[in-house]
Design a protein around this ligand. Structure first.
Ligand SMILES: C[S@@+](CC[C@H](N)C(=O)[O-])C[C@H]1O[C@@H](n2cnc3c(N)ncnc32)[C@H](O)[C@@H]1O
Length: 306
C-alpha cells in the first residue's frame, strides 16, 4: 500500500477506539497483523498523519484498501441485521464484506439473498469458503471489486463497516442509485450531515440506520374529493422536507411533512381555525399515488422542478 492518505490516517484511531483496545501496544500489534508497517510510531492522532504504510500484498496482488480488515463480532452482526429488519425478501449487500460473515449469518438465520463486495481477493476466497462450509452458497454471491465503483443498485439493504470518509464518498451513490426505502446500516461511522433515521448503541459502539428518501423537491398538485386543488412547493435536504402550500391558489399552512423512503405524509390546513387535512402518498419521480384514498381524487403530479 502506498503512503497512507491523510484522510485515512485520521480515521484509523477512531476505528480502533471503537474496538475497545486497552493499550497502544495492542493496537500496534493488531495493525501489524493487518499487514501495515508501523515502524516505531505510537498511535497518537498526530503520528497517524505521518505513518508510511507498506504496500499490502495479498497473494502477490497489490491492492489499495480504503479500510483495513477488521471483522465485526457476532453480537454486532446480529444487531445490524435486527436494526435493518432484514428478512427473506431482502437483497442484502455488504460493501467491504471481509470474510462474508454478515451475509452468511443473514442467509443462515433469515434465508436472505446477499451479495458481498471486497477489493481483497483473500477476503473473497475466505467468504466463498465460509459460505460453502455453512451450506448457504446458493444464497450468497461474492464479487472482488472496489466498493466505490461496484454496482449495488438492486440492494434493499446495505451494510457498511467502513470509515467516515469512505461513507461520505459513497453517500451520493447511495442516495442516487438505491431505490427509495432501501435501508443502509453502518457500524460505528456516520454519513456527515445526512443524519440517521435511527441510532442504536451496541456495547459502546454506535450503529446507524438511514432509509433512502425519495426525491420530492419540486411543485406538486392534486385534487381533493371536495373539488379543491392542492398545491405544494417543497424543498428537500435528505429526508427533511419543508415548503409551502396553497388551496385553490390561496396560501394555506403546510403544517408538517414526513418523508420515509417513498412514503410522504402532508398535513395542510386552510388557516389557523381549521383542522389539518392529511394526505399520505407513495412517491414516484413524476407522480404520487394516494395510499389512503379517502380525501384525494387524483394523484399528485409534478408541475415544476423549482
Ligand atoms: C472493517 S472491514 C469490514 C469487514 C466485514 N464487513 C465485517 O464487518 O466483518 C473492511 C473491509 O473493507 C474492505 N475494503 C477496503 N477498501 C475497499 C474497497 N475500496 N473496495 C472494496 N472493499 C474494500 C477490506 O478488505 C475489509 O475486508
Amino acid at each position: 500500500m502506498p503512503a497512507l492518505s491523510k484522510s485515512f490516517a485520521l480515521q484509523v484511531p477512531t476505528l480502533y477506539d471503537e474496538l475497545e483496545f486497552q493499550y497502544d501496544d495492542e493496537l500496534i500489534d493488531e495493525l501489524r497483523d493487518l499487514g501495515y508497517n508501523l515502524g516505531d510510531h505510537s498511535l497518537s492522532e498526530t503520528d497517524f498523519r505521518d505513518l508510511d504504510f507498506d504496500e499490502y500484498d495479498a497473494d502477490g496482488a497489490d491492492i489499495i484498501l480504503d479500510v483495513p480488515y477488521v471483522p465485526r463480532d457476532e453480537k454486532i452482526v446480529n444487531a445490524m441485521l435486527d436494526l435493518a429488519q432484514v428478512t427473506s425478501q431482502d437483497i442484502l449487500y455488504d460493501l467491504g464484506c471481509g470474510d462474508g460473515r454478515i451475509l452468511v449469518a443473514a442467509a443462515l438465520e433469515r434465508n436472505t439473498h446477499g451479495v458481498g463486495i471486497d477489493i481483497d481477493p483473500m477476503r473473497i476466497t475466505e467468504a466463498i469458503e465460509y459460505a460453502r462450509y455453512s451450506g448457504v452458497e446458493h444464497l450468497v454471491h461474492f464479487i472482488e471489486d472496489d466498493l466505490l465503483e461496484a454496482e449495488f443498485s438492486n440492494a434493499t439493504v446495505v451494510t457498511l463497516y467502513l470509515l467516515d470518509l469512505v461513507n461520505l464518498q459513497l453517500r451520493p451513490r447511495l442516495l442516487d442509485e438505491l431505490r427509495p426505502g432501501t435501508r443502509v446500516v453502518s457500524h460505528a461511522f456516520d454519513m456527515g450531515d445526512w443524519k440517521p433515521d435511527q441510532r442504536q448503541n451496541c456495547g459502546n459502539i454506535n450503529l446507524y440506520k438511514w432509509i433512502v428518501p425519495a426525491k420530492v423537491a419540486g411543485t406538486w398538485q392534486w385534487q381533493a374529493t371536495t373539488g379543491e386543488t392542492y398545491r405544494v412547493e417543497l424543498k428537500q435536504k435528505y429526508q427533511h422536507v419543508t415548503g409551502k402550500a396553497w388551496i385553490d391558489g390561496v396560501a394555506a399552512q403546510l403544517k408538517s411533512v414526513l418523508l420515509s423512503g417513498d412514503l410522504i405524509e402532508l398535513q395542510i390546513k386552510k388557516d389557523a381555525k381549521t383542522r389539518p387535512i392529511c394526505f399520505v402518498m407513495r412517491c414516484a419521480r413524476q407522480q404520487w399515488q394516494s395510499i389512503d384514498g379517502g380525501l384525494q381524487a387524483t394523484p399528485a403530479i409534478k408541475i415544476a422542478d423549482n
